[in-house]
Design a protein around this ligand. Structure first.
Ligand code: GTP
Ligand code: MG
Length: 365
C-alpha cells in the first residue's frame, strides 16, 4: 500500500526522470549539431591558409618538416615549439588543421566509419594475405622481422608493385615511398615483378619514390619531410627498410640504449601519423638478434625491443626453410588476429603461393 506521501514522491521522481531524459536528448542534440558544424568547418589547403600562420611562420614550419595541413593535424604542441610558436598558438593551429581534415571528437558510429576507410594491400600470396586478415592494413604499421636473406626486402619490393594495382586486384591505386637504409633496393627486381603482373614496368618504376638514408638522423629527417611528397604523389605505401640497421650500428653500448630507443620511438610515431593522415600502409623491416641467455621460448628476438613492439601494430616473423625458395611467415602479434603460420615462396616472379604439389614434396622430404 502506498501512502499519499509515497505517491507524491514517486510522481516527483518520475517527473525528474522525465526532465533528465529531456535534458539528455537536448545534450545529444546539441552535441550532434556541434559535431556537424565542426565537420562543415573550413577546409584549409595550404599552411598559409590556416588562421594565425603567415608566410614567415609557414616557412619555419616547413623547415621543421610540416609542409601540409595533414601533417600539422598530427603534430604535438611541443613539436611546433622550435618554430617560435607559443603553446596557445600551437594548440590553435593544430586544432584548426584537425578540424580542417575532419579529426575532432567523434561519435562511435563515426569511428566505425573511419575503420571502414581502412584499406588492404595484397602481398601477392593468398596464404600470407589470409594470415594478415586479407592483406596489409592502411593506417597502421606492419613490421616484418627475420634474419638476413629471409625475404623482408623482397616483400617490400613486391608491395611497391602491388600498391599500384587497382583495388579489384588487391592494390590501392597509389604510389610507394621507399626509404632504403642498406642500399638493397633494385629496380631490376621491380621490373621482373611488374612484368609478371602484366604491368608496364616503366610506369611502375616511376611511381616508386626512393630515398637512401645514410645515417639514422638522415633516415629520420627523410620521414619528417615526407608529407609533401606523399600528398603530391598519392603515396599509399611507406616503407622503411630497415628500420633499425642504422640505429643498431650507431648507438652502441648500454649507455646509449635509452637515447636510441627514444629516437626509434619518435620515428615510429611519425610513421603512424603519416599512415593515418594519408590512409597509407606503413611497413618496416627489422633484423633479429640471438638471445644467448634464453633458456625457454624463442632464442631469436627482433631488434628495438619493446619500443618497436609496441608501436608496430602487426608483427610478422619471416624464416627461411630447408626447401629453397619456401619461407615461413609467423604472425606474432596483431590487435585482433590470432597467431598463426603460413608458407609462401620467393621466385623470380616475386612473392607467390606455394602450390599443393610443392607442399607435398617439401613435407615428404
Ligand atoms: P637482410 O636485409 O639481409 O636482413 O635480408 P632480407 O630479409 O631483406 O632478405 P631479402 O629480401 O633480400 O631476400 C634475399 C633472398 O630472396 C635471396 O637469398 C633469394 O633467396 C631470394 N631472392 C631474391 N631475388 C630473387 C630472384 O630474383 N629470384 C629468386 N628465385 N629468389 C630471389
Ligand atoms: Mg633486406
Amino acid at each position: 500500500m502506498f501512502t499519499l506521501t509515497d505517491l507524491s514522491k514517486i510522481k516527483h521522481s518520475f517527473s525528474s526522470l522525465h526532465l533528465n531524459i529531456a535534458k539528455n536528448i537536448c545534450f545529444w542534440k546539441s552535441m550532434t549539431e556541434k559535431i556537424e558544424t565542426e565537420t562543415k568547418k573550413a577546409r584549409y589547403e595550404y599552411l598559409e591558409d590556416l588562421p594565425g600562420i603567415g608566410p614567415a611562420t609557414a616557412q619555419k614550419l616547413k623547415e621543421l618538416g610540416f609542409h601540409t595541413v595533414e601533417s600539422l593535424a598530427m603534430a604535438t604542441v611541443h613539436e611546433l615549439e622550435p618554430a617560435g610558436i607559443s603553446e596557445k598558438k600551437a594548440l590553435a593551429i593544430i586544432n584548426a588543421a584537425r578540424s580542417s581534415i575532419g579529426i575532432a571528437f567523434i561519435r562511435a558510429d563515426e569511428l566505425h566509419k573511419m575503420r571502414q576507410n581502412v584499406l588492404r594491400l595484397t602481398t601477392g600470396s593468398k596464404a600470407l594475405d589470409g594470415l594478415l586478415g586479407g592483406g596489409l592494413e592502411t593506417q597502421t604499421i606492419t613490421e616484418f622481422y627475420g634474419e638476413y636473406g629471409s625475404g623482408k626486402s623482397q616483400i617490400c619490393h613486391q608491395l611497391c608493385v602491388n600498391v599500384q594495382l587497382p583495388p579489384e586486384r588487391g592494390g590501392l591505386n597509389g604510389a610507394a615511398l621507399y626509404i632504403d637504409t642498406e642500399n638493397t633496393f633494385r629496380t631490376e627486381r621491380i621490373v621482373q615483378m611488374a612484368k609478371h603482373l602484366n604491368l608496364d614496368p616503366e610506369k611502375i618504376v616511376k611511381n616508386i619514390i626512393y630515398a637512401e638514408a645514410y645515417t639514422s638522423d638522415h633516415q629520420m629527417f627523410l620521414l619528417e619531410n615526407a608529407d609533401e611528397v606523399i600528398k603530391e604523389n598519392n603515396v599509399k605505401l611507406i616503407i622503411i627498410d630497415s628500420l633499425t640497421a642504422h640505429f643498431r650500428s650507431e648507438y652502441i653500448g648500454r649507455e646509449m640504449l635509452a637515447s636510441r630507443q627514444q629516437k626509434i620511438n619518435k620515428h615510429m610515431h611519425k610513421l603512424i601519423r603519416l599512415a593515418r593522415a594519408f590512409n597509407a600502409v606503413a611497413v618496416v623491416t627489422n633484423q633479429v638478434m640471438a638471445k644467448p641467455d634464453m633458456f625457454f621460448g624463442d632464442a631469436i628476438s627482433p631488434i628495438g625491443g619493446h619500443i618497436v613492439g609496441h608501436t608496430s601494430h602487426t608483427r610478422v616473423y619471416v624464416r627461411k626453410t630447408a626447401h629453397g625458395p619456401i619461407r615461413i611467415a609467423r604472425l606474432v602479434s596483431s590487435p585482433y588476429l590470432p597467431e598463426g603460420e603460413e608458407i609462401f615462396k620467393i621466385t623470380e616472379n616475386g612473392i607467390e603461393d606455394v602450390s599443393e604439389d610443392e607442399k607435398t614434396k617439401s613435407s615428404g622430404r
